[in-house]
Structures are given as structure tokens and as C-alpha cells.
Design a binder for this molecule. Structure first.
Ligand SMILES: Nc1ncnc2c1ncn2[C@@H]1O[C@H](COP(=O)(O)OP(=O)(O)O)[C@@H](O)[C@H]1O
Ligand SMILES: N[C@@H](CCOP(=O)(O)O)C(=O)O
Length: 322
């Protein structure tokens, strides 16, 4: 099913968008993430309208996945981001009438909470004349994401904000850096329609890794990054191995081995868990291969009304005003 932005007859002052993201990208647990957008131009990410300035904050929510959010709209990340933003800016801001188009499924592995956080923080900063720097804003986004998932990780908020494939840079003032990418690559994002909370999926992770395991993880991520810079596609694909999260999370996604075997037979380059799952991402050589993967995965999940499969390219723009 296509996700499209409904053309609202209601008025708004400004409209903002942030794209879906795939945390980890298999090989970089908590350290690597990519923003994606459908090749057909659909807006597969959250949209926020600033409708008016008024006496109190209000939030109206529309969109395909509104039913997956708390019924009480005051319990929404968009509002908590407004107050956190106001506190960081250090002065009382005008109250706003807001409308969120919840286009991403919640608890999906598509960076849904990060997407709402990014679109909200980006919108407030732009609307109020950019009082926060990019790194202050990114830090605010990561803190909000940490409040939801239980620990701070940047691998959804950074790509959704800046676009592209982003590598986190621990202890660097820069926080993250965009990596090279193969332009012909397409990624099929396939959400089965079931909810898996990131907090729950983080609770099954090992608390410690053995030294040999840590070296293997660091080595594989380094191999992937260096293969991208060297434009060595075969080596980059060979390095897409999740040595940290997938072994622990595999029982939460029992169909993964069977789907991976089927897609490997179709020649697909790689099938991995998007973020904490249950969405899977299929890395494909080109659009033709992506069509094959998308047909297979959407047929597999077609019984679930909430399921969706999108053929995507890397979103280079990230968050923006529309
Ligand atoms: N605007 C929002 N978008 C997504 N989740 C939200 C939003 N507002 C509140 N939430 C809550 O935040 C949590 C997000 O769960 P999480 O598993 O982190 O989702 P995801 O993996 O899709 O980012 C849920 O409990 C959800 O109800
Ligand atoms: N690195 C995080 C990514 C979580 O992504 P989400 O889209 O599931 O919120 C993790 O693997 O826990």
C-alpha cells in the first residue's frame, strides 16, 4: 500500500518533514544509521504543520499510523520536544497549534519516534529563527530519543536530521559524519505490521561482549567503512554482518532465516534487521532487484493491514521545510 501525504484543506503557516531511518545498518550497532525515502516520491516519514500561534499548545494527529499512538495527544513526543526545546533556548516561546501526520508505524524499527522528534525539533528551531546550533539541536534530539528507548543513541536521529548514511563519532565534537554510498543501491524496507518496542528489543541485548567479540565487531565495522571509501562494493556487502544485536534479537524475528534464504536465492545483496526490528531491510543492486525483493516481502506480509513495503533510495536531504 502506498503512503501518501493527504492534501489537507486546513491551513498551516509552515510544514516540515523528516525521513524514516534504519539504525545499525546491520554492521554498526548504535553507530551507523541511514535515512531513506521511497523512489516513487511518497513521504515515508512524519510531517508536522505549524498551524497558528495561540494561547495554549495543541496537537492534532492524523495519518495512517495515528491508531498506534497513545490516544491522549498530550502524551506525544512532539509536545515533550516543544517544552524541552523551550527549556534549552531559555525563554518562554509563543504557544502553537500543531498537526502531526503520523506516516511511520510506531515500534517498527524505522526510527518512528526519532522521526517525530527530529521533525518537531527541526520545525521549532526553524520557526523561531534557529536559536540552537546544529549540534545543540542534535543533542536535544538524542536526549529525547534516549527518554523513549532507555539509552541515548544517535543512529536514528542523526540520519533523519542530516540525511545520508551517518557514522557516529564517539567523543568527537562533530558527533557524526556522512559516509560514501553506492548510488545504484536500493533498499527495500518491509514492515510486517506488528509492533516491537525498542526498549524491549534493547532489554535482550548482552550487557558485555568478550574481547574477541569486541574486536570482531570493531573490525567488521572498520572493514565496511573502508570498503565504502575504497568503492569496493563486494567487500562492503561482505562486511554487512551484525555480530551484536541480531544474535540476541533473532528469537524476536523468527522468520528472518527463512526470508534471508529466499531473498539470497533471488540474488539480493543482504537482508538485515532495520533498527530494533521488526522491519527488515533488503539491500539491492538496482531497482529491478528491489522490485523482486519488494514483491516477495509484501506478499509475505500481505495479511496484516498495517504492513507496508517501500522501495527506497538514500534520503540525502534529511529533515526539511516542505
Ligand atoms: N510522535 C510519536 N511517534 C512515535 N512514538 C511516539 C510518539 N509519541 C509518543 N510515542 C511513544 O514512544 C514510543 C516509541 O516506541 P519505540 O519502540 O521507540 O518506536 P520506534 O522504534 O518506532 O522509534 C511508543 O511508546 C509511543 O507510544
Ligand atoms: N541502535 C538502536 C536502533 C533502534 O532503532 P528503532 O528504529 O527500532 O528505534 C537499536 O538497535 O536498539
Amino acid at each position: 500500500m502506498q503512503i501518501s501525504l493527504e492534501v489537507s484543506s486546513e491551513r498551516f503557516l509552515k510544514r516540515y518533514y523528516a525521513p524514516a531511518s534504519t539504525g545499525n545498518f546491520s554492521v554498526g550497532f548504535d553507530l551507523l544509521g541511514a535515512a531513506f525515502e521511497p523512489v516513487d516520491g511518497a513521504l515515508f516519514g512524519d510531517v508536522l504543520d505549524i498551524c497558528a500561534e495561540q494561547a495554549d499548545m495543541t496537537l492534532d494527529i492524523v495519518g495512517r499510523y495515528v491508531h498506534q499512538l497513545p490516544a491522549d495527544h498530550t502524551d506525544n513526543l512532539v509536545l515533550s520536544c516543544f517544552y524541552a526545546f523551550e527549556q534549552k533556548v531559555g525563554r518562554t516561546l509563543p504557544r502553537l497549534s500543531l498537526r502531526l501526520h503520523k506516516n511511520l508505524p510506531v515500534g517498527s524499527g524505522l526510527g518512528s519516534s526519532a522521526c517525530s522528534i527530529v521533525v518537531a525539533c527541526y520545525a521549532f528551531n526553524d520557526y523561531f529563527g534557529n536559536p540552537l546550533t546544529q549540534s545543540e539541536l542534535l543533542q536535544l534530539m538524542a536526549e529525547a530519543e534516549g527518554g523513549v528507548s532507555g539509552s541515548i543513541h544517535f543512529d536514528n536521529v542523526a540520519p533523519s536530521y542530516f540525511g545520508g548514511l551517518q557514522l557516529m563519532l564517539p567523543q568527537s565534537a562533530q558527533i557524526c559524519r556522512g559516509l560514501p554510498w553506492f548510488d545504484h543501491w536500493r533498499v527495500v524496507l518491509s514492515y510486517p505490521g506488528t509492533v516491537l518496542s525498542t526498549k524491549a528489543a534493547r532489554a535482550v541485548l548482552p550487557q558485555q561482549l568478550a574481547l574477541s567479540h569486541s574486536i570482531a565487531f570493531a573490525g567488521m565495522l572498520a572493514r565496511f567503512v573502508s570498503a565504502l571509501y575504497e568503492k569496493d562494493e563486494a567487500d562492503a556487502v561482505a562486511a554487512l554482518q551484525d555480530l551484536v544485536a541480531e544474535p540476541a534479537r533473532a528469537p524476536l524475528i523468527p522468520e528472518l532465516p527463512q526470508l534471508r534464504a529466499a531473498l539470497t536465492e533471488l540474488g539480493i545483496l543482504h537482508l538485515g534487521i532495520s533498527g530494533a526490528g521488526p522491519t527488515l531491510f533488503a539491500l539491492c543492486r538496482d531497482e529491478q532487484q528491489a522490485q523482486l525483493a519488494a514483491e516477495y516481502l509484501s506478499r509475505h506480509y500481505e495479511k496484516n493491514q498495517d504492513a507496508t513495503t517501500q522501495i527506497c533510495r538514500l534520503s540525502l536531504a534529511g529533515a526539511r521545510a516542505l
